[in-house]
Design a protein around this ligand. Structure first.
Ligand code: SAM
Length: 259
């Protein structure tokens, strides 16, 4: 099914909505759809509706042919991925898979060993690009609510942001995936043994070279703090590539939510 994101789905059947320029261009020039062809429109907030395309001089419209509906099985889960910024395609791959798996929010984190430095091009242009990739993945897999790519944060900024969210929403544990913990062989420290089905959760994954000593020290301090908002976990003995760790960690959290 060809899908397009629209700002709002009209309330009644037969009403039209103007497609954003990029969506219209994609449907017409890349997918080569014609007047009258069936598409599905998504509002990115949990609703979809069947529609047909109407190309006009002033742009492309979608005319709804059915009632808007939702489907709980196609909604995200309260999972927040704090992902150290990876090189080019690896980061884009993580964004795409996070959408498919049902992650609700993704915060790109600039940590000491990140190879990519976002200041050169500007953090906002990276954020925009990742959001675009997330939206494309949404349309491809049919998920109904958008993954929000949040602004790039420094390592400390990410911890603060989590703290803020956590103080407003109780029980949002941040799982720090630490490859060195796996070497202790502690089975109960595996992420699979840590989560409970109802929690909303966050997961932190380091860059290709891992977290620096200073960053690790900071995380260790926080895991020991009384608030216990951060839990140190591992993903098994093999050292996974950062993108694999993200995918595996998120899958474990999603599995607990039984999507
Ligand atoms: N520090 C390592 C090195 O350079 O030898 C590797 C870092 S690993 C490629 C990147 C990130 O993936 C880590 O910071 C961690 O968050 C996560 N990770 C990879 N394997 C893991 C494991 N077995 N358990 C927990 N986290 C893991």
């Amino acid at each position: 099914m060809r899908r397009a994101l629209v700002p709002q789905i009209p309330a009644q059947i037969g009403q039209k909505v103007l497609l954003p320029e990029g969506e219209a261009r994609h449907l017409q020039q890349v997918l080569r759809l014609r007047n009258g062809e069936a598409i599905e429109i998504l509002d990115g907030q949990g609703r979809r509706a069947p529609a047909k395309l109407v190309f006009q001089d002033r742009g492309a419209l979608a005319e709804t042919t059915g009632e808007p509906t939702t489907d709980a099985r196609l909604l995200s889960q309260p999972i927040h991925l704090y992902m150290a910024i990876l090189k080019g395609e690896a980061m884009e791959w993580v964004v795409e898979k996070a959408v498919e798996l049902g992650v609700r929010d993704l915060t790109p984190v600039e940590s000491e060993f990140c190879v990519v430095r976002v200041e050169k091009k500007g953090a906002e242009s990276f954020q925009e690009r990742w959001q675009k990739i997330a939206d494309q993945a949404l349309k491809q897999c049919g998920r109904l609510d958008r993954l929000t790519v949040r602004p790039v944060q420094s390592f400390e900024g990410a911890l603060l942001a989590h703290d803020k969210i956590n103080s407003g929403r109780l029980n949002e544990t941040l799982y720090w995936t630490d490859e060195t913990l796996a070497q202790t062989g502690e089975k109960e420290a595996h992420l699979a043994a840590q989560t409970t089905p109802t929690e909303s959760s966050a997961i932190l994954v380091g860059p290709e070279g891992g977290f620096s000593q200073t960053e690790r020290q900071r995380l260790l301090e926080l895991t020991g703090s009384e608030k216990k908002a951060i839990r140190r976990v591992h993903l098994g003995a093999p050292i996974l590539r950062a993108e694999t760790a993200a995918l595996f960690g998120v899958s474990l959290l999603v599995g607990h939510g039984k999507r």
